[in-house]
Write a protein that binds this ligand. Sequence first.
Ligand SMILES: [Zn+2]
Length: 323
Amino acid sequence: MKQKVGIGIDLGGTYIKYALGNQDGEILKEGKRPTDAQADSGRILEQISESIMDMVQFAHENKLSPSVVGIGTPGCVDVSKGMLKGSTPNFKSWKKVDIGLEIEKRVRIPAFIDNDANLMALAEARFGAARGHQNVICLTIGTGIGGGVIINGNLYRGSHYAGAELGHMSIKVNGLKCRCGGQGCLERYTSAPAMIAHYKKFQRGAGQNPGPEGITVKDIFNMFKSGDPYAAKTVEVSTYYLGRGIANLMNIFNPTRIVIGGGVADAGKVYLDKVSETAFAFAMENAKENVKIVKAKLGNKAGYIGAIALAFDQMNKSSEKVE
Ligand SMILES: [Zn+2]
């Protein structure tokens, strides 16, 4: 029998990554193009459609016919309507877009949409670092913190798709103000920009000029390894708060895997070890059983692998309804 294939799109502020794959999480072809994030939403829809048509062409050349499209986007998505509800921080006018409808109109293939962090969680739980686990928490740490919650093998999205915003869990009641309107959010202490801000703050606190210019999280971890005191403090603070946040998640959800992805997780073993140390020191005794905090496995492929998985899930669900 000819294999069933679908197309996955991972819309990011810098790149649109896309792939053709099957229901088993196998990727047959992939590609990427720079996102025109400052353009109007019509242009971004065009870019998504062009990416899809690239994959359709490859599929046809190989005598395959994609039956479904899945798209991950930042922001809050009404999955039942395929619609982006609010706005997204890295895009100029990507807000309140009827993505599913607009894409189906352009490419004539059924399209299903979800939040990008949800799709990464789905991919890691089904095909990646938490394969075989039913209750999984996924945190993607980069410019912000994305969260995904898998309960009994399914994504948990909340009543109006606004749930699982794990980066906006307050871990310090009188802490730093956050862009979400909250205060002391995890994101303000452990995201990449937060780590860089902390590093500079510690330098200033010691009477040093903050620098060097353009410092990255990778630099901070390298300096940490070579004994830089400000880097040591920065790593201490960010892993401590992340560990405290994860202890909360362990107590609330009692998962067996907590998957950490994104650029900050690439810092290596020392980072995860420190996070685990705090998480296990503060979680309740019964919530620690068989839990592991692990690094994401699918890297930057997780977005489109999850998108393809979502698309097949949703299509199978709607065909069940018809029968
Ligand atoms: Zn927040």
